[in-house]
Ligand binder design. Structure first.
Ligand SMILES: CSC[C@H]1O[C@H](OP(=O)(O)O)[C@H](O)[C@@H]1O
Length: 282
């Protein structure tokens, strides 16, 4: 049953946007970490954009962490609205660092299913470019993926060796209820390494609220035409098999994080151009 927690917004300095990996388990409770205490499940909060999807709140050491499950709210809902609701809440809760995880396809023939990539940049091929909170235009998307958070993810992922970890890679963001055609994959080759549907508009909203953002992505399929005869039935098994490692990596990172943002991401949130035309960015 959903607990009604509207208008009682907790403090949380860190947020996790879960993907297909952590969705397949009772994250983070299933990982049996003694320092983790679940503070609330199925928490829904009122926002100017409507009630949020259900979130989970937990404490890890001295940090409070809000988590939402992307797939849990994607089906049948308006993704733009849900993104605004969640990031409005993150801002009000004081979230400064956001970690994401998700499943992706590969367009780079050097990568294989189960490899993990800490994305270093993105190309937005989605139709979600204009999703934001109030009044922020011309956001600077330099270091959209925080170098400090990325380094923490690399360190944590490499310390739990299971599959190959790639320290950088360009994530092409697509839209769809479908994967890409061979021609689309061929077009993306040479520009991107991995394809998924879960990085935008999140990076824009993170920048808008002045939070750092970085993600750990597990390859669950070859893009069409990269390797012939790929069987998509293997896709969800990879999520299930590797969910534990993905979740542990996220918690390992959280245990090392502090509240400081010495990376400069927070300073990049102020649009510097055309203030007179577009109005102030508070
Ligand atoms: C289940 S494969 C397609 C789906 O998986 C990824 O989502 P997530 O990042 O939440 O794991 C990808 O972006 C696609 O939307």
């Amino acid at each position: 049953m959903q607990e009604d927690t509207r208008n009682r917004i907790p403090r949380a300095s860190i947020a996790i946007i879960g993907g297909s990996g952590t969705l397949s388990m009772d994250f983070p409770a299933a990982l049996n970490r003694p320092e983790v205490e679940i503070l609330g499940r199925e928490m829904v909060f009122d926002t100017p954009y409507g009630p949020t999807p259900p979130l989970l709140l937990f404490r890890q050491g001295d940090k409070q962490v809000l988590t939402c499950r992307m797939h849990g709210w994607r089906s049948g809902i308006n993704r733009a609205d849900a993104s605004r609701q969640i990031f409005w809440l993150f801002r009000e809760a004081g979230v400064k660092k956001i970690l994401a995880e998700g499943g992706v396809g590969t367009v780079n023939h050097l990568l294989d299913p189960r490899d993990m990539v800490i994305a270093s940049d993105y190309i937005d091929q989605s139709m979600r470019k204009d999703v934001g909170l109030e009044g922020h235009y011309l956001l600077i998307m330099r270091q959209a993926l925080c170098p400090h958070l990325r380094q923490e993810l690399i360190t944590a992922a490499e310390a739990r060796p299971l599959h190959r970890v790639f320290r950088r890679g360009v994530y092409a963001v697509t839209d769809g209820r479908h994967f890409e055609s061979p021609a689309e994959v061929a077009m993306l080759k040479g520009h991107a390494d991995i394809i998924g549907q879960s990085l935008c508009p999140e990076v824009y909203l993170a920048r808008e609220i002045g939070a750092c953002y970085a993600g750990l992505y597990t390859i669950v399929n070859y893009g069409e035409g990269v390797v012939k005869d790929w069987d998509h039935s293997e896709l969800s098994q990879i999520f299930y098999d590797d969910a534990d490692k993905i979740g542990q990596v996220l918690l390992d990172v959280i245990s090392r994080l502090d509240d400081k943002q010495t990376c400069g991401c927070a300073d990049l949130r102020k649009p510097t151009l055309l203030k007179k035309v577009y109005g102030p960015s508070s």
